[in-house]
Design a protein around this ligand. Structure first.
Ligand code: ZN
Length: 327
């Protein structure tokens, strides 16, 4: 990428740093009369990560991409018509997002306040995938998305649009890829992704998650690794490392979607993992290293993470991955 910039003495470093595409829009942030504060999802997470990376010089105006919203036609590659119609009613969306307090939003304001935000972040996953295929570094980040509980005809677990399966179908339709591997390291099973891609020999789902917590029962993906509660960095990283080469060999992917998630962190209110910020960074570096080893483009989507410092762990991890790209 031919990047020009004007950062004085740091210009050479800045130009090299900025060769990794970052997909983000301020519209990823959701605000519903301040009620979002009562929901476990830290809706400002995306914004905090973006601002942190920008302040550090890891995102420049040359590399940040504001994506188009996913279109109805693209969503129909995965979701049913009836389900998309159900997203026009507040009571349905509040139910899918497990946030009954949202029922006060008039139907007329629902799209602008909520649903369009998910469409934007889902469009971001498609855009990041295109960037990963095209960019010299063969990697890209969507600072949102990873809505891995959304299914073809239902939403749940704070997820209403199945962004990763949709991105896979769009790329396949455009003949940009044939096969895709989804590596889901959010601590909850990516049950929605699995249902969307089930019985499809062109896709391979790997999910490493805690047993005994949502979702129950679990779906059956191509490869599921169930962890006991209280997983530590050492156990987690050893298990993941032991699986990576095998999943690449079985799936032979043209692209990898990493549904990152930071809810394996110690202190997360929705799981019991004991991982540290360093462990999360090592996890992400391990997956990117495997993609590089196998010559496969890498896309990160953010997914869950509900502790107060989840954004910080993900920000530090992405920052260290970008730092490693400085030549
Ligand atoms: Zn999760």
């Amino acid at each position: 990428m031919n990047v020009s910039c004007s950062f004085g003495g740091d210009s050479v470093v800045q130009a090299k740093l900025s060769s990794v595409p970052i997909v983000y829009s301020p519209k990823y942030k959701i605000s519903v009369f301040g009620m979002e504060k009562f929901h476990p999802f830290d809706i400002a997470k995306y914004d905090k990560i973006y601002k942190g990376l920008k302040n550090d010089g890891y995102v420049t105006k040359h590399t940040v991409i504001d994506p188009a919203e996913v279109t109805a036609e693209e969503m129909l590659l995965v979701h049913t018509k009836e389900y998309l119609k159900s997203l026009k009613k507040t009571k349905n969306v509040a139910h899918y997002l497990e946030a009954p307090q949202l029922r006060v939003i008039p139907n007329s304001m629902l799209d602008n306040m909520l649903v369009s935000r998910f469409r934007k972040a889902s469009g971001g996953t498609i855009e990041a995938a295109r960037c990963a295929l095209k960019s010299p570094k063969k990697m890209a980040f969507n600072l949102g998305g990873g809505f891995h509980h959304a299914k073809p005809s239902s939403g749940e677990g704070f997820c209403i649009i199945a962004d990763v399966p949709i991105a896979i179908r769009v790329l396949q339709k455009e003949n940009l890829i044939k096969r895709a591997l989804v590596i889901d390291t959010d601590i909850h099973q990516g049950n929605g992704t699995i249902v969307c891609l089930q019985d499809d020999p062109t896709t391979y789902t790997f999910s490493m998650h805690e047993g005994g917590i949502y979702p129950m029962p679990k779906e059956s993906g191509d490869e599921d690794v169930e962890l006991a509660g209280g997983v530590t960095d050492t156990e987690y990283l050893k298990t993941l490392q032991g699986k990576l080469d095998g999943m690449f060999a079985k799936s032979k992917p043209d692209i990898v979607f990493h549904v990152a998630g930071c809810d394996a962190l110690d202190g997360d209110p929705l799981a019991s993992g004991k991982m540290t910020h360093e462990g999360i960074a090592m996890r992400d570096a391990m997956i990117l290293a495997a993609c590089k080893k196998h010559g496969v483009p890498y896309v990160m989507t953010l997914s869950g993470g509900y502790s107060k410092d989840a954004w910080e762990a993900q920000y530090k991890s992405i920052r260290s991955l970008l730092e490693a790209e400085v030549e």
